[in-house]
Design a protein around this ligand. Structure first.
Ligand code: H79
Length: 703
């Protein structure tokens, strides 16, 4: 089709495809009033963005389904237990032709879309993400653009279509996972090393991907498109941008994960700064720690056992209690939980998965109000559990207090919660009428008495506390600066978390009191100082004392080497190293010169080390910060002192440190080693006063 006809076809399809279906009668959270006009993401206003994300943010809980040809081998190949699940082609290095032969065996006679949708709904899940295509390239719908699809199997039926329809009937939003990486498509690059088929053309592959996405969106109207496998070098930021924009042009309501683009930060999954496309971050198999910025959308995806695809021998299932608490933990941090099931080759959910989903469903049937439509906790941590919250119609706020471990004295403490409770009692969500739990103020804290017999659910008993206004929790003053070293005197700003809260500080090491502390939002620091600061409410101390230490230092003088040339000298070493000190005395394997800190000289994939030596040219006197991102260990020394210690065996990890330097040349040394697995080494710096790390320009390295 010529380009213009294609565009016209897309525009027509977009205007008359109601891709998100009519709401089930009782679902008031279903998206109905979203703009049908065509917008690009850059034209979307914040209000339009919020409207588009609303159903997903409210949903909080969804089901992931990994299903495809890999369910047939199920982690066994040629009679051997190889593991690998949905990665088996890659794990066992199976030739694509041999893998594709599985297509003639795919006949999941027990597949029942309605049963799957009902299991998800009964577990309290509001959306379902099915693998339309995983990395193996097999398509679960009859695609016009490939024969490697379900239509070419003995089963023939449109699995994706059946599940989408069943989801709609049950009030579950149907969504699709679609892999960018594709090990069997003749045009996908890079090829696996054992794939000897000729050809491959990245642009043609992207074209193919786009045609399939149009087909999926127009036929099935997914609520979310969930990409993956974007990390191989062939997929670029421009590809991500084009793909995202294409999707949003066809249907502006669709929500797209951040793996569509190249801005994902490893398995932690959030999107780095820099204008990358994607509507939500995707932590994989992990739950972020506290302290995520508000307004960032994210979803933790996780397996119930250890595998995404089906493997009969993987019996390491998480307990129901663990799964409920993970859901609550995620909701308390403002995220979504996408919990995976890997159905077997006949189309059955594993029994253990069904049991756990039913268990989570039992808890949700009583406590779903404490999950759906809630927002993140106002408390950084709570000793006994978690908190979620939602707004009340009259301007008040409802806190859902999730008690995992009832304190021995039965007192639930809400530290620093200054807001007035609406009533002098809290209630159990499970039995609102029965429970009257006494609420009292204790200084800045509120306390709730929870008798032992009120702990009605050992997994998580939810207590409701209504407040007259949104929760104001005072922890400590906000200091716009970490501890550290400085050269010249500077002023520090201290912010109060609320106008009703006053700040008191000391610089002599004593505890600030309301009467004796210094009442100042800005404090001049001109010598080595320990700053202690605290919040007060109506004269009473609130929250913890926050302490910062600032050390005044002299910048280290520069050196003048005899000869100056560009680049750094490197030496490599071979061996199984676990720490930087392990190769200190080792024999040099090779040596040379390199323009910047990279691994271009690496002698092999595993078990080697590199040392870089030379000088770094510092443009201006001041406190410079350096960061080393490495997998495995690394250290940075300047003038023989360790500035960044990122030593030890670990996966990609960034560590940083600071040093005061005069303008000019300074001796520098980076030690790095790689054990097994991934390798990576990046050195960055941050100039005085800046708080972002950047790559160091090549011309700053000398020898
Ligand atoms: O579909 C499931 C898995 O098959 C798939 N994602 C989930 C949802 C998956 N593919 N790979 N992995 C999981 C693990 C791979 C991690 C790595 Fe990486 C890829 C390590 C290095 C390249 C992630 C991306 C961390 C850095 C870049």
């Amino acid at each position: 089709m010529p380009l213009q006809t294609t565009l016209l076809a897309i525009a027509l399809a977009a205007s008359n495809t109601p891709s998100i279906p009519a709401p089930p009668p009782d679902a008031d959270w279903w998206p109905t009033d979203l703009p049908a006009r065509v917008v690009t993401p850059l034209e979307e206003t914040p209000a339009e963005h919020d409207a588009r994300m609303a159903w997903w943010r409210e949903a909080r809980f969804g089901m992931f389904i990994h299903w495809g040809l890999y369910a047939i081998p199920g982690g066994y190949w040629e009679g051997r237990r190889t593991g690998g699940a949905e990665w088996i082609l890659n794990t066992v290095k199976i030739h694509p032709d041999d893998y594709m032969a599985l297509q003639s065996q795919f006949d999941p006679v027990d597949f029942d879309a309605t049963e799957w949708a009902i299991i998800a709904k009964n577990a309290g899940m509001r959306y379902l993400v099915l693998t339309s295509k995983h990395h193996d390239g097999f398509c679960l719908w009859p695609s016009d653009f490939t024969t490697f699809d379900v239509e070419g199997t003995p089963f023939e039926r449109d699995i994706l279509g059946e599940l989408v329809e069943a989801c709609r009937a049950e009030g579950v939003v149907p969504c699709l996972y679609h892999s960018i990486m594709d090990w069997t498509h003749p045009d996908y690059l890079p090829r696996r090393a054992w794939d000897d088929r000729p050809g491959g053309d990245h642009d043609r592959y992207v074209e193919h991907l786009h045609r399939q996405l149009e087909e999926l969106i127009e036929r099935y109207g997914p609520g979310v498109l969930w990409f993956d496998g974007e990390w191989e070098g062939s997929w670029t930021h421009a590809d991500g941008q084009r793909t995202y924009d294409l999707i949003r042009r066809i249907d502006p309501r669709i929500i797209v994960n951040n793996r569509v683009d190249t801005g994902r930060t490893g398995m932690a999954g959030l999107t780095r700064a820099g204008g990358y496309r994607g509507d939500f971050g995707t932590p994989e198999q992990e739950i972020p720690a506290n302290g995520l910025p508000e307004g960032v959308d994210w979803e933790t995806c996780m397996t119930m056992n250890r595998s995404w695809g089906y493997q009969s021998f993987d019996l390491a299932y998480k307990t129901t209690s663990d799964l409920v608490r993970k859901l609550v933990d995620i909701a308390s941090k403002g995220g979504n939980f996408l919990l995976n099931v890997g159905p077997d080759e006949r189309g059955r959910f594993p029994l253990q998965a069904k049991e756990r989903l039913a268990g989570v469903g039992r808890w949700m049937s009583v406590n779903d109000d404490s999950i759906h439509g809630t927002r993140a906790s106002p408390f950084p941590t709570l000793d006994w559990g978690r908190c979620t919250r939602s707004s009340l119609p009259d301007g008040g706020e409802r806190l859902y207090l999730h008690v995992f471990d009832r304190p021995e004295d039965g007192v639930l403490r809400l530290p620093g919660l200054l807001t007035r409770p609406m009533h002098d009692a809290a209630n159990l969500l499970a039995a609102p009428a029965a429970g009257r739990l006494r609420v009292e103020r204790d200084g800045a804290d509120l306390t709730i008495e929870l008798p032992a017999d009120a702990m009605v659910d050992p997994i998580d008993t939810v207590v409701i506390l209504d407040l007259v206004a949104p929760a104001l929790v005072v922890e400590g003053p906000r200091i716009a600066m970490a501890s550290g070293i400085f050269i010249d005197p500077f002023t520090i700003t201290i912010e109060s978390p609320d106008p009703t809260v006053q700040i008191r500080s000391t610089t002599d090491g004593s505890d600030p009191t309301f009467e004796l502390g210094v009442d100042a939002a800005r404090i001049e620091i001109d010598r080595t100082t320990t700053l202690r600061t605290r919040c007060f409410h109506e004269g009473e101390p609130v929250g913890a004392v926050v302490e910062r230490r600032f050390e005044r230092v002299k910048p280290i003088g520069s050196v003048q080497p005899f000869v100056i040339r560009d680049g750094l000298a490197w030496r490599t070493f071979l061996g199984e190293f676990e720490r930087v000190s392990d190769f200190a005395g080792a024999a040099t394997e090779a040596e040379g010169v390199v323009a910047t800190v990279d691994l271009s000289m690496q002698p092999r994939d595993e078990n080697f080390a590199v040392t870089f030596t030379g000088f770094i040219e510092i443009p201006a006197t001041g406190v410079w910060a350096f960061a080393l991102d490495s997998d495995d260990g690394s250290t940075l020394r300047i003038h023989e002192s360790v500035v960044v210690d990122n030593d030890g065996l670990h996966s990609a990890l960034e560590k940083s440190g600071t040093i005061a330097l005069e303008a000019g040349l300074h001796p520098i040394r980076i030690d790095y080693f790689e054990g097994t697995g991934q390798d990576d080494l990046i050195l960055k710096w941050s100039s005085p006063g800046s708080d972002t790390f950047m790559r160091i320009p090549t011309e700053r390295f000398k020898r």
